[in-house]
Design a protein around this ligand. Structure first.
Ligand code: C2E
Ligand code: MG
Ligand code: MG
Length: 668
């Protein structure tokens, strides 16, 4: 920074002062939360200490860039510094311009009144001011210009004085400058100030800090205009460059998260009716990065960025995280547009990417949101996109998913249920119903299946289909299952005869502690092992590892009955039944449909085959979901041993079962 400005201090003093600034900037960089105001103030102090040479800002920014800190922090620091510096400079420039203008106008007015001494003073200000000064009449004809102005615009005095003010107004500024200018020449305002572009004679553009004042005659009528301008092109360009840096990803050159959010917020501010977002994440990018190295990963990202941009232009594609990109569809015409876009992107990425001798197959998942702007906020839109991206991943990757309010509501409910489950178990919100298992020959109750329910305080009574899957996902099924098992054992002890059949989720079977848990509960509740039956699903059995197989064996050896639940809905692999310690087959309720009237020969044949096979293997068979006398009769005819279903009794309270068992009820 030293040597970039003329400051009236000794070198040692300057070094001290600058070192002080550096220490404070470093502190700002390391502070727990970043305070942009502190940094802006430091920049303003540098300006007021006259560190204002044209190179000062650029060099300072370079120094900031190599400081120790996180890249986002450094970018924020640079941005805040540049903004503070520019604002302070502008303010200082305005103060200087204003005092010169005031002197100018006074001198001009007096010169008009023929006071020769002030004429000389005017000439001095006019020619020597470092700023460009021009004088024009009210029609816009340029009457005079000083050397600085001629130099700035690249004209001779003669050339310039043949032109009018209007010719210099940059088309992009016309809208903002013309009204001010017209008010001035009409005498409705005495002064205006803008940052404005001018064309140079060679076609180039000069950015200026422009101040225009009106000079009135003695009667107060408008007479001349005086324009004063300072060349701020360097500062402007540096600001543009900094802004580019702060709003673009250095690797891919795509807009970054900050710019994307700015644009998205702008969409919500103006009356855009519908907005679309495609939130994209590469599948398995981490693997590529980890196995082939970050250089390959970086090059892959660059290629992806290029393909994205080519595919979605002129829409905005931004990189908002490691391998996350987002496409903004402003004034979206509808869902079709966004889906077509997502498909085009997936197709563009399907071509292998050649990086460092590898041909990488890339796929991506895309979350699509398209909604009327007035139905959500920016944060809603981003959150929805995020959720939807997760769906696309969960649905199998390499695809898009579209935001769906219902699905989201369902997932929220699931999340809420899953989060409150442990406390609900503790508060005793779960209870167990029992459904009789009936001997088909006698109609007598041989036992009952324990079926868990949740008496939810606000959602009412929830069936297991609402929460068992969830509990399996979170692992809470282990705790819940243990609780059900204990309840069931406590109940069966009160029954004069019969066994209780308890469902075991696949996840529970993989639990190493299952065998000891069961043994403990049996001992603790004083239940004979042969009064307990455990129902495992076919898929739990199919997925058996040696370990689960050992678990099931140990349970069977303990004397506990093992049943396969919902048989026929999974792989129905009959051969494995031979090698497993299974006692009972429960045929899924879906087969009972064919036993109704009119009968379905195929279903009936399947059930018959299953029963025969099970008997050959020495297993008993229960038909589930029996809803009519006809079904019960047919099942009996086929040779099925037991049945369960609404026809006999729906799941009911523990008391109802005790009552049936005690009274030797015949259900038929
Ligand atoms: P499942 O083990 O096959 O249980 C039988 C299901 O069929 C029960 O549904 C029962 O109410 C229903 N059902 C009984 N009779 C009929 C009928 O005549 N027609 C029809 N259509 N359905 C009938 P529920 O109680 O909703 O249980 C659903 C599933 O939840 C159970 O299927 C079981 O897989 C699971 N489940 C229930 N309690 C537990 C538990 O404590 N632990 C575990 N892991 N899973 C459980
Ligand atoms: Mg069951
Ligand atoms: Mg079942």
């Amino acid at each position: 920074m030293i040597g970039t400005s003329y400051v009236s201090m000794t070198r040692a003093e300057i070094e001290d002062l600058l070192a002080g600034f550096v220490v404070r900037l470093r502190a700002a960089l390391r502070a727990e939360s970043f305070d942009a105001d502190v940094v802006r103030d430091i920049a303003a102090e540098m300006v007021s200490a006259h560190f204002t040479g044209t190179e000062t800002l650029r060099r300072t920014i370079e120094v900031l860039a190599v400081m120790d800190g996180k890249p986002e922090r450094l970018a924020a620091l640079q941005g805040a510094f540049a903004a503070g510096y520019a604002a302070a400079l502008q303010e200082r420039g305005q103060l200087e311009q204003e005092s010169i203008l005031r002197a100018m106008v006074a001198a001009w007015q007096q010169a008009e009144r023929g006071k020769r001494d002030s004429d000389a003073r005017f000439a001095a200000v006019f020619t020597q001011a470092g700023m460009g000064i021009g004088v024009g009449d009210l029609q816009g004809n340029i009457l005079d210009a000083n050397a600085a102005l001629l130099d700035m615009l690249g004209y001779t005095r003669r050339d310039l004085c043949q032109r009018t003010v209007g010719e210099f107004i940059h088309p992009d500024d016309a809208l903002s400058v013309w009204p001010l200018y017209k008010q001035l020449v009409r005498g409705e305002r005495d002064h205006f100030r803008v940052e404005k572009r001018f064309f140079r004679s060679d076609g180039g553009v000069v950015w200026t800090q422009l101040a225009v004042s009106l000079v009135r005659d003695e009667a107060g009528a408008p007479k001349f205009q005086v324009a004063m301008m300072e060349d701020v092109t360097d500062r402007q360009q540096l600001q543009l460059q900094l802004r580019h840096q702060a709003t673009h990803d250095p690797l891919t050159q795509l807009p970054n998260r900050a710019l994307f959010q700015e644009r998205l917020a702008a969409v919500f501010d103006r009356d855009c009716t519908r907005v679309g977002l495609c939130y994209l994440d590469l599948d398995g990018f981490k693997v590529i990065n980890d196995s082939l190295g970050h250089d390959v990963g970086d090059q892959l990202l660059v290629t992806v960025a290029q393909r994205l941009q080519a595919c979605v232009a002129p829409r905005l594609a931004a990189r908002i995280g490691g391998d996350e990109f987002v496409i903004l569809v402003e004034d979206c015409s509808g869902t079709d547009e966004v889906i077509a876009l997502a498909e085009a992107v997936l197709a563009a990425l399907a071509e292998p990417v050649h990086v460092g001798g590898h041909a990488l197959a890339v796929s991506a998942s895309i979350g699509i949101v398209d909604r009327p702007v007035d139905t959500m906020t920016v944060a809603d839109a981003m959150q929805a996109a995020d959720i939807t991206l997760y769906w696309a991943k969960a649905d199998g990757k390499g695809r898009w998913a579209r935001y769906d309010e219902d699905r989201n509501a369902q997932e929220l409910t699931r999340l809420r249920l899953s989060a409150t489950m442990p406390a609900a178990l503790e508060r005793g919100e779960f209870f167990v119903d029992y459904q009789p298992l009936v001997g088909l020959a006698s109609g007598a109750v041989v036992g009952a299946e324990a079926l868990v329910r949740w008496a939810h305080p606000t959602m009412g009574r929830l069936g297991p289909d609402r929460f068992i899957g969830l509990a399996e996902e979170t692992g809470q099924i282990v705790e819940l299952g243990r609780w059900v098992l204990r309840q069931a054992c406590l109940q069966v002890r009160r029954w004069p005869t019969g066994f209780v059949s308890v469902n075991l989720a696949e996840r529970q079977c993989r639990e190493p502690k299952l065998v000891t848990d069961v043994a403990e509960i049996l001992t603790e509740t004083g239940t004979a092992p042969n009064r307990l039956q455990l129902e495992l699903t076919e898929s739990a059995m199919m997925g058996t590892t040696d370990e689960t197989l050992r678990t099931v064996r140990e349970l069977a050896e303990m004397g506990v009955r093992i049943a396969i639940d919902d048989f026929g809905t999974g792989y129905s692999n009959l051969s494995y039944l031979r090698s497993l310690p299974v006692h009972e087959l429960k045929i899924a309720g879906s087969f009972m449909a064919g036993l109704r009237c009119p009968r379905d020969k195929v279903d009936e044949c399947i059930v018959e085959t299953l029963v025969t096979l099970a008997h050959t293997l020495g297993l008993t068979v229960t038909g589930e979901g029996v809803e009519s006398a006809l079904q019960a009769r047919r099942l009996h005819g086929i040779g099925c041993d037991h049945a369960q279903g609404w026809f006999f009794a729906p799941p009911g309270t523990p008391e109802a079962i005790i009552e049936m068992l005690a009274s030797h009820a015949i259900l038929s």
